[in-house]
Design a protein around this ligand. Structure first.
Ligand code: AMP
Ligand code: GLY
Length: 442
């Protein structure tokens, strides 16, 4: 048997590539394994084995974890969390980073989260009501007037949320969407719409203590200038001071307070602490920081920004999350700016091309290159229809980081496109102006 920690990473996108890289940098003796949904050559290079299998099936994951004598497992995506993979790993005495099924409700059920935060008095929530029928929907929409959002109560990859003015243009359209969700057998939440700038604050959490990561801004829209359909995220940036140019220190403190209060609330609710990453999606508004949603995992691509800056030992952090000793671990990030850009298939997200060859050999810093939805077919690297290749630029200023990531992503060959505007001075200035306008009319 090999010496050192046998560590299993579940998932095989760019987020998991970033996780595997960070684990690999640890000075601890380790053997890394990946249970994957696709052949990711970047992850495979760093692992003893990458096995393609049923990552969402708790029995399958536990069987593989036992086969490789894993002493630690790290779950990347949300679907295995929803299916109880963390519960099954803990039942098999395998320390796990990633919340159990009940605690992952923070991401998997919008109703659960809104009710939990209301019950425990966590600040930053919207006016909201949860519905299982059309009774009362019309009256609540009238109360919210033009500022409403309808959210399907479950995982829909960000596509279950419809926002007034964006996707819904009248109460009648909103009512029709609610009816559609009921017809599909779902329930839904109607809530107040916030106006402002979105940002993400992810915190490592061991059930008791939290260690916050630098805040990051994602770009959900597919096309330049924040136009087009929503995606999983086209790119992200973070600033040298671990803040963002449009946020005040108080905004960041408020987001930290909300994550801390949420961790406390969920522990009180279930009598068991949340062990994993608590990812708060926030909106800075004219009346302070508001909570849009929780995710129960690292963001993709946000993980690339923050893990590229991590100076502390990631295996130590993961063990401390699982053991409940995070309070004693040093969690430090470099004071650098990061800009991450994704290249995605032509036609993404609605009608992406699939299975076409791509070439990443022009990227000069291969350590800043992350493989996502790719595969190897007949010895050739191909894209598989979703976000494909991410690159990160890390530098002393946002402008330099942007220029690195733009230059690198432009060298990737294939039927792909990316957003050239992410992290540019122009787009960042627009964010700052938007925030200033909101604050001056308040
Ligand atoms: P979610 O799946 O909850 O993250 O929602 C997806 C996107 O919908 C978010 O990234 C926001 O852009 C938008 N959104 C969700 N809730 C709200 C809200 N209460 N006010 C404004 N925008 C929202
Ligand atoms: N980048 C958004 C997410 O990971 O959910």
């Amino acid at each position: 048997m090999m010496s050192g920690y046998n560590i299993l990473v579940v998932g095989s996108g760019a987020r998991e590539h970033a996780i595997v890289r960070a684990l690999n940098k640890s000075s601890r003796k380790k053997n890394l394994y990946c249970l994957a949904s696709n052949m990711n050559p970047g992850i495979a290079d760093l692992c003893v084995e990458l096995k393609v299998g049923e990552i969402n099936d708790p029995g399958f994951v536990v069987h593989y974890a036992q086969e490789i004598s894993a002493s630690l497992a790290i779950i990347g995506p949300e679907k295995p969390l929803e299916n109880g993979v963390a519960d099954a790993l803990w039942d098999a005495d395998i320390k796990t980073v990633g919340p159990k099924k009940n605690l992952a409700l923070l991401e998997t059920s919008k109703t659960f989260t809104r009710n939990l935060l209301r019950e425990y008095g966590v600040p930053g929530g919207p006016l909201f009501q949860a519905f299982v029928s059309m009774k009362g929907v019309d009256a609540f929409l009238k109360e919210l007037k033009e500022n409403y959002v309808v959210k399907y109560d479950g995982l829909m990859g960000g596509k279950g949320v419809k926002v007034a003015g964006d996707h819904l243009h009248s109460h009648n359209e909103a009512l029709a969407y609610c009816q559609e969700l009921l017809d599909r057998g779902g329930s839904f939440v109607v809530e107040e719409k916030f106006v402002g700038q979105e940002f993400s604050l992810m915190s490592f959490c061991d059930g008791e203590s939290l260690k916050h990561m630098p805040v990051v801004q994602d770009h959900k829209r597919a096309y330049e200038g924040d136009r087009g359909p929503n995606t999983g995220g086209m790119g992200t940036y973070s600033d040298v001071n671990h803040g963002l140019p449009f946020l005040s220190n108080d905004n960041i403190l408020d987001a930290k307070t909300i994550n801390t209060a949420t961790a406390k609330a969920i522990k009180a609710k279930f009598g068991e602490g949340y062990r994993g990453v608590l990812y708060g999606g926030f909106m800075a508004t004219d009346s302070g920081v508001k909570l849009i949603e929780y995710n129960a995992r690292l963001g993709d691509p946000e993980a690339i920004n923050v893990l590229s800056l991590l100076e502390s030992d990631f295996i130590d952090i993961c063990l401390a999350i699982a053991d409940g000793s995070l309070g004693q671990v040093d969690v430090r990030f470099a004071n650098k700016a990061t800009v991450c850009k994704y290249a995605v298939p032509e036609g993404y997200p609605g009608n992406p091309v699939k299975g076409r060859g791509i070439d990443v050999s022009g990227v000069s810093n291969q350590d800043g290159l992350f493989f996502a939805s790719v595969d190897i077919k007949e010895g050739r690297l191909v894209e598989s229809g979703s976000r494909t290749i991410a690159v990160v630029g890390v530098a002393d200023t946002l402008a330099e980081a942007e220029s690195i990531s733009e230059k690198e992503i432009s060298t990737v060959r294939g039927p792909l496109f990316h957003r050239t505007d992410i992290g540019t001075d122009d787009l960042i200035q627009k964010r700052i102006n938007h925030m200033n306008e909101l604050l001056s009319t308040f």
